[in-house]
Design a protein around this ligand. Structure first.
Ligand SMILES: *Cc1c(COP(=O)(O)O)cnc(C)c1O
Length: 229
């Protein structure tokens, strides 16, 4: 089941890349393993998905013990809301934290990464839709300020932006939010010429990943499309 789902996803990713004139390997599928057992997660890894997304530090920590780290080829992505008191543990486990949304959190991650001699790669989560229920920084000045702040931290490296589109029955409804995030990335890069350009756009989930790819996603975060449910 998991193996077939992954094969279907690969076909759909390739087709969306084709429509957008992009190379299929320009999109990384992140297997969102939150709430799934280590055994289920291991099946997805065995089927070739080496990027795992978790939204709880404690749960990830247990699976990390069973499934391993970069040394086994697995890369860990934190995609949930990170509390500052979990930053130390998060820095120990995760290769990429997708959800930095405040200077306070960025500062805490920087301190914790410094303590273990790590440069932590991060994305900024942007609340493009402005929904009250969503985490993330509002687009505009607040995002710009956070980027500048992170650029000044020695143990953080900013790689790009992440967003979640509002839940909708029509996958096309997410398009304007994905497009906006991509435009933000382009605009940030045009004003940040002394830095390596930001390339990562983490956007698109099981219901809307093809739209996200058409709009430039470099990482799609898929849970239900892989595991069902
Ligand atoms: C759960 C989750 C996903 C995966 O959602 P599916 O609809 O199961 O693909 C992606 N991103 C974030 C931030 C999530 O919390």
């Amino acid at each position: 089941m998991i193996t077939e789902n992954i094969a279907t996803i690969r076909t759909r990713v390739a087709a969306a890349c084709g429509r957008a004139g992009r190379a299929p390997d320009s999109v990384r599928v992140i297997c969102v393993s939150k709430g799934r057992s280590a055994a289920e997660t291991a099946r997805a890894v065995a089927a070739g998905l080496y990027d795992l997304g978790e939204n709880r530090v404690r749960e990830a920590s247990l699976k990390y013990g069973e499934l391993g780290s970069a040394s086994t080829g697995v890369r860990w992505h934190f995609i949930g809301h990170l509390q500052t008191n979990k930053a130390a543990e998060a820095v120990r486990i995760f290769d990429l934290i997708h959800s930095v949304d405040s200077t306070r959190l960025a500062g805490e991650i920087n301190t914790r990464a410094g303590k273990i001699g790590k440069i932590q790669e991060v994305l900024i989560e942007v609340n493009v839709s402005g929904e009250q229920t969503k985490y993330g920084v509002p687009p505009g000045a607040m995002t710009d300020d956070l980027i500048e702040y992170i650029d000044g931290l020695k143990h953080l490296r900013l790689r790009g932006l992440m967003t979640m589109a509002p839940a909708a029955s029509d996958p096309g409804a997410a398009r304007p939010y994905f497009r906006k995030l991509r435009e933000m990335l382009v605009s940030v890069n045009s004003r940040r010429l002394d830095r390596e350009p930001l390339r990562a756009l983490s956007m698109g989930m099981s219901d809307d990943f093809e739209t996200a790819i058409e709009e430039g996603a470099t990482m799609v975060r898929l849970g239900r499309a892989i595991f069902g449910g």
